[in-house]
Design a protein around this ligand. Structure first.
Ligand SMILES: Cc1cc2nc3c(=O)[nH]c(=O)nc-3n(C[C@H](O)[C@H](O)[C@H](O)COP(=O)(O)OP(=O)(O)OC[C@H]3O[C@@H](n4cnc5c(N)ncnc54)[C@H](O)[C@@H]3O)c2cc1C
Length: 292
């Protein structure tokens, strides 16, 4: 027998969370599968459940004037609203639009996709290249941390038992070049074999070749957590597009990524396919940039 709570304010939710160990329930699209729900059967939750979908304070997307225009996405916002919102960076909208199918996206949240911490969660590579941060709240106060630190291992996050994720923060950025590609078995309702997200900024000069002033790339479903290496990105940042186009440069970068992309075989794909397809997409993106 479990108790079920559905508070209408964040303060009530945090008070309830402080009482003991509860399962935070947003859209329930991961939780219902994990708790063995089949048609005609009741879900089997082992601990009390806190529904957070009725909390208005978590239902907004807005940029914060005081925080250098950072974009705040409330934990209650469903994927369908993120997909449509003009303030949300296109790389994130594209990745969200690839999750499952429209009916599910009307119910599932970005917060749930993050907190579920699946290696194949489709929003994560885009959020990593955006340098996204998460705000965790409890009756003790709030703390904010980079998403990369929040996701510690498959299904393991830095959440304490009395905390919930309340906001996702996307810092203001100026990275107009974007790349997103998900590889699945079909166009919709397919979990990722792998996915790649990238962002970049090209600086143009009057008398010399354009330079890649910023360049980021992240890979999903090819490791226990998203693969992003600032060290390898620094090999590309500052290079001219002419250098990118030179024979051997892209191959050298791709060779370095081959060392850190170490996927596994599972029911959705083989390790060899995942690695090669990721590197092919990386090559495609660098070649595209070299032609800009
Ligand atoms: C048919 C189907 C297809 C799917 N396809 C995809 C796909 O293509 N790509 C993909 O990435 N995912 C997919 N998923 C997985 C799932 O839909 C997503 O991960 C979704 O974003 C989860 O959001 P939710 O709000 O439903 O999370 P929930 O199920 O409510 O919660 C997920 C986890 O996060 C925790 N949690 C939720 N909100 C909070 C919060 N605010 N604070 C703290 N903890 C919280 C919960 O306790 C739970 O552990 C699919 C699922 C199904 C059933």
């Amino acid at each position: 027998m479990v108790n079920v709570y559905r508070p209408e304010t964040l303060a009530q939710a945090l008070d309830t969370l402080s009482m003991g160990k509860l399962t935070v329930f947003s859209g329930g699209t991961d939780l219902m599968v994990q708790h063995g729900v089949r048609a005609g059967m009741s879900p089997k939750f082992e601990q009390d459940v806190l529904f957070v979908d009725a909390i208005d304070e978590l239902q907004y997307i807005a940029s914060d004037e005081q925080q250098e225009q950072a974009l705040y996405i409330g934990a209650g916002v469903v994927l369908a609203d993120i997909e449509q919102h003009p303030l949300v960076p296109s790389v994130l909208r594209q990745s969200v639009a690839k999750i499952a199918a429209p009916a599910l996206r009307n119910r599932a949240t970005l917060a749930g996709n993050i907190c579920n911490a699946s290696p194949a969660a489709d929003s994560l590579p885009a959020l990593y290249v955006l340098d996204a941060r998460v705000v965790l709240s409890s009756i003790r106060g709030q703390r904010e941390m980079p998403l990369e630190d929040f996701i510690m291992a498959p299904r393991v996050t830095a959440l304490k038992p009395d905390e919930m994720l309340t906001h996702i923060v996307i810092p203001q950025h100026d990275l107009p070049e974007e790349f997103y590609h998900k590889v699945g078995t079909r166009a919709a309702n397919a979990l990722s074999k792998l996915s790649v997200a990238g962002m970049a900024r090209i600086k143009r000069y009057p008398k010399k070749a354009p330079v890649l002033e910023e360049w980021r790339v992240a890979f999903g479903a090819v490791g226990p957590t998203v693969v992003r290496s600032r060290e390898l990105e620094s090999l590309v940042v500052g290079q001219s597009l002419q250098t990118l186009a030179k024979s051997g440069f892209i191959e050298q970068v791709v060779g370095c990524y081959r060392e850190i992309i170490r996927p596994i075989d599972d029911q959705r794909s083989t390790a060899a396919y995942r690695q090669q397809a990721s590197l092919n997409l990386l090559t495609r993106w660098l070649e595209e940039l070299s032609r800009r």
